[in-house]
Design a protein around this ligand. Structure first.
Ligand code: UTP
Length: 408
């Protein structure tokens, strides 16, 4: 793109300060920054300037789950169906590891975090150990696709190499990078991270399937005949991956997706709830619900909106392809964004100083016709590590791991 064209675009979007930075660069720097500017999706960046940021929700109704008692009664049936699908190579797993773990305050890939006490126990290592429980039972391996970002891709791959993939066969592990999105200050002005680069960050966990297609990793999915993808977060160290009972229950239900859910600890728990919105499955955050909805109860006394998601979903690949071109909502999230000031000094803010733009995997559910809500035992499957201390922290996850007999 020519300099004058670049200036026009930046002017149109009130971002002339970027052109000033651009003019100071040598040819290589100009090429780099120019390419980043060309790739910007302005429809997203311009959203930060709108006054009304919240999305309007449709008509909410409860969605019942297949609950633990029912699952236990049908466990052998579900498990056999799931193991059968795994043995026929129909199931793949996708580890969402492109996030930055800002709350944990660790700069590197979150999966490298060592949660051991008397020995090394890395998050990635725990996840692979959990996956082995299934593959040992099935007698075959499950392909594992790992989503990283520009920020942590090389370090993630190096770590897996260094640890010899924690014993998992390398042929069954593939890495792919997610897309990046720019960050802006509270007035919608783009931040710069270095003199020749915008402040770019991973675009949320919702673009994972788009990125699988864009990077060509989908070819591996197709080649292996994978029909179902199990998506899960890096930071739940009790994560059950390619759980045959979940896979079997979802396949047998005829649903095109499934979500693992836990019963809410109390009505006010800050967890996204799986319900129906305008007749379609949907995940609604606690802050998007009225008090009346949050507290409404069924005749048996249970909360009507009682099941929260834990970022473990199963999707049918052909249905993901159908919704690929559909626009997902963009979430505008306040974050602490490191940037360079006008003098080129790097500032690392202590408080949120702007917005990032994120797509969320939970929004995919609403694009699909149905979703099996599948209840799991919280203390056996949900130990997220978001913070250093307190709720959902390294400490709380360690306690839960010990409770499940994991040596730390
Ligand atoms: P979180 O929403 O907890 O974000 O991610 P995070 O980046 O790990 O942590 P904070 O909010 O900065 O403290 C939930 C899951 O989604 C993945 C994360 O790696 C984690 O597994 N994720 C998140 C991505 O893969 N890409 C993203 O852009 C964001």
């Amino acid at each position: 793109m020519k300099d004058n064209e670049l200036l026009e675009i930046l002017k149109e979007h009130n971002q002339e300060h970027i052109y000033k930075a651009y003019q100071k660069l040598d040819e290589a720097g100009k090429a780099k920054l120019g390419a980043q500017i060309e790739r910007i999706d302005w429809s997203i960046v311009d959203m930060a300037k709108k006054d009304e940021l919240a999305q309007e929700r449709g008509k909410l109704e409860p969605l019942s789950a297949v609950e633990i008692s029912e699952i236990n009664a049908k466990r052998p049936e579900y498990e056999n169906a799931g193991l059968d699908a795994i043995r026929k190579s129909k199931v793949g797993a996708v580890l969402l590891a492109g996030g930055q773990g800002t709350r944990l305050g660790s700069d590197g890939p979150k999966g490298k975090y060592n949660i051991g006490i008397t020995k090394d126990v890395f998050i990635f290592e725990r996840l692979i150990a959990n996956l082995f429980e299934v593959t040992d039972k099935a007698g075959c391996f499950v392909p594992l696709y790992i989503m990283t970002s520009d920020k942590n891709n090389d370090e993630t791959i190096e770590f897996f190499e260094e640890k010899n993939y924690f014993g998992y066969p390398k042929d069954f592990v593939k890495f792919f990078k997610q897309e990046m999105a720019p960050s802006v200050d509270f007035d919608g002005k783009l931040y710069m991270e270095t003199p020749d680069s915008l402040s770019l960050s991973p675009n949320g966990n919702g673009g994972w399937f788009y990125s699988m297609v864009k990077t060509g990793i989908i070819d591996d999915v197709k080649k292996r005949g994978v029909e179902w993808l199990n998506i899960f977060a890096v930071d739940n160290v009790l994560q059950r991956i390619a759980d045959p009972v979940f896979v079997g229950a979802t396949i047998n239900s005829g649903c095109v997706s499934g979500a693992k859910v836990v019963k809410k600890a109390d009505p006010q728990e800050k967890i996204g709830v799986l319900c129906l919105e305008d007749g379609k499955p949907s995940i609604v955050e606690y802050y998007e619900m009225t008090e009346e909805i949050i507290n409404s109860r069924q005749p048996n006394g249970e909360l009507s909106y009682n099941f929260g998601v834990i970022l473990n979903y199963l999707f049918r690949v052909d249905k993901l392809e159908e919704i690929l071109s559909r626009q997902m909502p963009v979430h505008i999230v306040e974050k602490k964004i490191p940037y360079i000031d006008e003098n080129g000094a790097l500032i690392k803010p202590e408080e949120p100083n702007g917005y990032k733009f994120e797509l969320l995997v939970l929004d995919m559910i609403h694009l699909l016709d149905n979703c099996l809500s599948f209840e799991v035992v919280r203390d056996y499957e949900f130990a997220p590590i978001k913070n250093k201390t307190g709720v959902d922290s390294v400490e709380s996850a360690r306690e839960l791991l010990k409770k499940n007999g994991v040596e730390l």
